[in-house]
Design a protein around this ligand. Structure first.
Ligand SMILES: NC(=O)c1ccc[n+]([C@@H]2O[C@H](COP(=O)([O-])OP(=O)(O)OC[C@H]3O[C@@H](n4cnc5c(N)ncnc54)[C@H](OP(=O)(O)O)[C@@H]3O)[C@@H](O)[C@H]2O)c1
Length: 303
């Protein structure tokens, strides 16, 4: 049995309690990892509250966590690229389970020695989403991207990668995040202002939109992009009804995306948001503080 934070059911942060889980031997294409740090993201909060039960069911005793970093403890019969003792970051979609001492993983990338444990754990879910959506939008050099939620974990990564690809990025953030957006190479606009006013003031035209906030004015974004064809949201449930694609991980691309992101991080071409580290036992507190807005930035649980 492995020590874990388990959900006793759907509900408020207090449903997250210390417990134990059984983590079986890895399947042929899986690895089992002794977790050092696990990432906490907004999707975890939505799953815990029961808002995503169709896509990510969380039965009583289930363990949250899309991403983690740790040491390989056992490998399946068909795994040839890592061995016990190797250091990895893992992406746990759709199986979850990162808030635990041990986890089974289908997707992993080696952690280079130059990347710290906490950074490695903070990378997989946000970077996979950021690069995936940029690729799906097919945005390239000379084009202009409107990025909604540009100061978030996904947005911070998407900004830097888009800028490196020669894209002009208009980033909708709150004023306190203007300096960070500018430092990453974006032109910030205040997300409290109507997009239809704020965006044309800084950009002639918008070629594509990435919604990494889930809470933006998608209708206005569609209008600015001249239609929904090149507008993608990561989490706004209204997207499909507006003709906007709601993007999720595509298993065959995940490994390449993780490798690309880890390569950028290891070579200093990618910087992650500031992080707050809390002990695993404070997972419920982390959820409560994220929900209340008291904590901003990326939260990691230390196992
Ligand atoms: N589909 C997928 O595969 C996938 C993968 C990863 C993440 N997601 C989802 O993608 C979203 C972003 O994830 P994340 O980890 O980057 O979350 P995050 O770090 O919380 O970032 C979200 C950002 O959106 C900002 N925001 C809030 N209201 C906004 C508005 N009206 N306009 C523009 N920005 C606004 C927030 O600003 P403040 O902090 O200032 O409020 C925050 O900076 C979440 O909804 C998450 O669940 C989906």
């Amino acid at each position: 049995m492995a020590r874990a934070v388990v959900a006793t059911g759907y509900g408020p942060p207090t449903v997250l309690q210390s417990g134990e889980v059984e983590v079986r031997d890895p399947g042929p294409a899986q690895i089992r990892v002794a977790v050092r740090f696990a990432g906490v993201g907004p999707t975890d909060l939505a799953i815990r509250a029961g808002h995503l039960r169709e896509v990510y069911p969380l039965p009583p005793g289930g363990v949250l966590g899309f991403e983690a970093a740790g040491t390989v403890e056992a490998v399946g019969a068909d795994v040839a690229d890592v061995s016990p003792g190797d250091e990895v970051a893992v992406f746990l979609n759709p199986t979850l389970g990162g808030y635990a001492e041990l986890v089974l993983a289908d997707f992993w990338v080696r952690k280079p020695a130059s990347v710290g444990w906490a950074a490695a754990a903070a990378l997989p879910a946000s970077a996979e989403a950021a690069i995936r959506v940029l690729n799906q939008l097919g945005i390239g050099s000379g084009e202009t991207l409107l990025l909604l939620g540009g100061a978030g974990s996904v947005g911070t990564i998407a900004t830097q990668i888009a800028v490196a690809r020669g894209v002009k990025v208009i980033s909708a953030v709150r004023p306190v995040d203007f300096a960070a957006a500018e430092a990453a190479g974006a032109t910030p606009v205040d997300f409290h202002r109507p997009l239809a006013e704020a965006v044309p003031a800084v950009a002639g035209r918008i070629d594509a939109v990435m919604d990494a906030s889930g809470r933006s004015d998608l209708e206005a974004a569609i209008e600015l992009a001249g239609g929904a064809k090149r507008v993608i949201t990561l989490s706004d449930p209204r997207g499909p009804s507006l003709g906007v694609a709601l993007s999720g991980p595509v298993p065959e691309y995940v490994r390449d995306l993780l490798a690309e992101a880890m390569g950028l991080l290891a070579t200093g071409r990618l910087r992650l948001r500031e992080r707050t580290v809390l002990p695993l036992a404070q997972a419920a507190d982390a959820h409560a503080r994220l929900e209340s807005g008291e904590l901003r930035g990326k939260i990691l649980l230390r196992i």
